[in-house]
Design a binder for this molecule. Structure first.
Ligand SMILES: Nc1ncnc2c1ncn2[C@@H]1O[C@H](COP(=O)(O)OP(=O)(O)OP(=O)(O)O)[C@@H](O)[C@H]1O
Ligand SMILES: [Mg+2]
Length: 289
């Protein structure tokens, strides 16, 4: 569970606050997505929820952030390990630099926690299998492709089995197959009841997978709802987020009365097919063949 109340934050050098009066909660097993334009405050929010901001950056925080009932401001950063897992925007930053193979890198955090050897091997194997890393298990983390590094960064957090996961654009360097692996892993997290905050720009995936979407603009939450509500909102582009092609097509069709009246605009392919299919049928039924 993540509970954020009236959160405002300014970096020590920032000319204006990066977050302004942000309030929301994410329930256990919920996958909550955060979207917004460049510099909207998404990574800062990920940092605050995972404790790296302000612990590592400095700056002024107002309001409160609670993770599984614990107030982050009172917890030392080391105490948050195990509680919140953060996958950072740049996977390169996440590599420890202290281990020489993918397998050892994945085990690194577990060693620090003193997890028994057998369990460690089992958890590392599971994550390598889930994320398709088994084939590069003996390679140096620095010899991986950007996409593989990204999967490794995700794996090194997954392996810790935190109660809350925060992922900052975890698929930015991945192809569609890599993306499938990550979203399959997110499904598993959900089944395990893990609370997930996901910053992601692949709207098609979010539309299908997220339970909820928050939109940040200039550090403020301007929308909070289901993917269907938020991603079909006509203000989406103004908020700095590109709308889905299904929504765009249906909005154009609706302007010409070619979209069923009163039907919400689609954010998934299935909903688009259903909507357009319905329209075609009603034309067929109404006129001569
Ligand atoms: N370490 C920092 N010190 C000072 N200002 C920062 C720092 N990191 C981010 N900012 C500023 O805070 C604001 C929010 O940045 P943030 O990185 O959270 O945005 P974002 O939504 O993640 O953007 P992007 O889509 O580019 O990743 C921006 O104005 C940015 O310039
Ligand atoms: Mg960012």
């Amino acid at each position: 569970m993540i509970e954020v109340e009236k959160l405002s934050f300014s970096y020590p050098t920032g000319s204006r606050p990066a977050l302004v009066d942000v309030s929301f909660a994410v329930r256990p097993a919920e996958l909550c997505a955060v979207v917004g334009g460049d510099g909207a405050g998404k990574s800062t929010l990920a940092g605050v929820v995972s404790g790296t901001v302000p612990h590592l950056t400095g700056g002024d925080v107002e309001g409160s952030v609670r993770v599984n009932g614990r107030t982050l401001a009172d917890a030392p950063l080391s105490g948050l390990v195990g509680e919140v897992g953060l996958v950072m925007q740049n996977p390169f930053n996440q590599i420890s630099g202290a281990r020489f193979s993918v397998r050892e890198e994945l085990a690194f955090g577990l060693e620090n926690l003193g997890v028994p050897r057998d369990e460690m091997a089992e958890r590392v194997d599971t994550v390598m299998r889930e994320l398709g890393l088994a084939k590069v298990r003996d390679r140096s983390p620095y010899e991986l492709s950007g996409g593989q590094q990204q999967l490794l960064a995700i794996g090194s957090v997954l392996v810790m089995r935190p109660g809350v996961m925060v992922l900052d654009e975890p698929t930015s360097q991945l192809d569609s197959a890599g993306c499938d692996l990550v979203f399959a892993a997110l499904d598993t997290l959900k089944e395990q009841g893990i609370t997930t905050l996901l910053i992601e720009h692949r709207m098609e995936r979010l539309a299908r997978e997220a339970d909820r979407v928050l939109v940040l603009e200039h550090g403020t939450i301007v929308a909070d709802g289901t993917p269907g509500e938020v991603l079909a909102d006509e203000r989406l582009e103004k908020w700095g987020v590109a709308p889905l092609r299904y929504t765009v097509a249906a909005r154009r069709a609706a302007a010409r009365q070619l979209w069923p009246a009163g039907k919400p605009l689609p954010v998934t392919l299935d909903a688009a097919v259903e909507g357009f299919g319905g329209t075609v049928e009603s034309f067929d039924g109404g006129g001569p063949r």
